[in-house]
Ligand binder design. Structure first.
Ligand SMILES: [Zn+2]
Ligand SMILES: [Zn+2]
Length: 66
């Protein structure tokens, strides 16, 4: 197990400093916090995330198109 410290990651997302992160991937840098759910995301789901200005999907980790 390798823990990733904040110092090594320039991402400002607050979830990096949490013990129990409620999401699977960081929406800002795409780093995985925990294994993602097996259920695939739908395109509407990603469209909603794009509206919220996320760079990555928090559930599957793919990069969202701008
Ligand atoms: Zn991040
Ligand atoms: Zn997704």
């Amino acid at each position: 197990m390798s823990n990733i410290r904040n110092g090594a990651n320039q991402c400002r997302n607050l979830n990096h400093g949490r013990m129990n992160v409620p999401i699977s991937f960081c929406p800002d840098c795409g780093q995985r916090f925990k294994p993602s759910n097996s259920a695939p995301c739908g395109s509407q789901h990603h469209a909603d995330y794009r509206k919220q200005r996320f760079t990555f999907c928090m559930d599957c980790g793919i990069k969202l198109n701008k």
